[in-house]
Ligand binder design. Structure first.
Ligand SMILES: Nc1ncnc2c1ncn2[C@@H]1O[C@H](COP(=O)(O)OP(=O)(O)O)[C@@H](O)[C@H]1O
Ligand SMILES: [Mg+2]
Length: 224
């Protein structure tokens, strides 16, 4: 699939571009071959130093995650990587969740499916770590959730030794808390008291882990 696609095929007409690149973000474009559409996440349009350091690193991380998750139905297929700088993934017909609550309310079935999907992903030994950002979840035209953008994901194997294992556990919990956050936006009346208190509760240990994690994230974000 998309075997002959080149980075120089970047569309010149705006129609195929979902988003042009910016200083720290890759370009996102759409390509179609034999009636199949794919999304290309492409660092080759970023500045030389950035694309060859951070860009390559993020594509390598995301590719690793997609390989682990191959076959899960709420995760798009990875077709291929081009020159270490771009990922070509299955296009999910639908839209991302950003500002969706202003247009419609997601039903219970969506949240149930999302819970199952997140658990399935964790069972494969991966935490997404950036699910609280609504653009990283898609509502498929079939009503089901799809999770994209795996560049920040962390694998259980890399975080096996304490205290990293505790941080990994916290990241998994955060993935689930992202669903509660989404429910708070869409249908707060359906959240159980237990879920709310879990969302708000922080033990001192968790506070510490959060502080470390937030610091880590800050450092990483500065690096990006
Ligand atoms: N496989 C896909 N199918 C449909 N839309 C996608 C797909 N991948 C990305 N998109 C769209 O592009 C946006 C940005 O993609 P993402 O991977 O989150 O990149 P980044 O976080 O660098 O902006 C998403 O919010 C979504 O709207
Ligand atoms: Mg994203």
């Amino acid at each position: 699939m998309f075997d002959t696609l080149k980075l120089s095929d970047y569309p010149t007409k705006n129609s195929g571009i979902l988003r042009a690149s910016s200083s720290t973000r890759p370009a996102i474009w759409i390509v179609e071959e034999n009636g199949v559409r794919a999304v290309v996440k492409d660092f080759s349009k970023n500045k030389l130093f950035f694309r060859n350091t951070i860009g390559r690193f993020l594509i390598w991380r995301e590719r690793k995650a997609y390989r682990k998750l191959r076959g899960i139905s709420g995760v798009p297929l990875l077709y291929r990587v081009i020159d270490g700088l771009a990922l070509v993934t299955e296009e999910i017909p639908g839209r991302n969740l950003e500002n969706l609550e202003k247009e419609m309310k997601l039903p219970d079935a969506f949240f149930e499916a999302m819970k199952k999907l997140v658990t399935h992903i964790h069972d494969k030994g991966l935490a997404h770590c950036d699910l609280k950002r609504a653009p990283n979840t898609l509502l498929g035209d079939n009503g089901l959730p799809y999770i994209i953008d795996w560049a920040a994901s962390i694998s259980e194997k890399e975080f096996m030794i304490p205290p990293l294992s505790l941080i990994y556990r916290r990241f998994k919990l955060d993935d689930h808390m992202a669903i509660t956050k989404l429910k708070l936006r869409h249908s707060p009346e359906t959240i159980s008291r237990e879920e709310i208190s879990r969302y708000n509760y922080r033990s001192w240990g968790e506070r510490l882990i959060r502080a470390i994690r937030d610091r880590l994230r800050e450092v990483l974000q500065k690096a990006v």
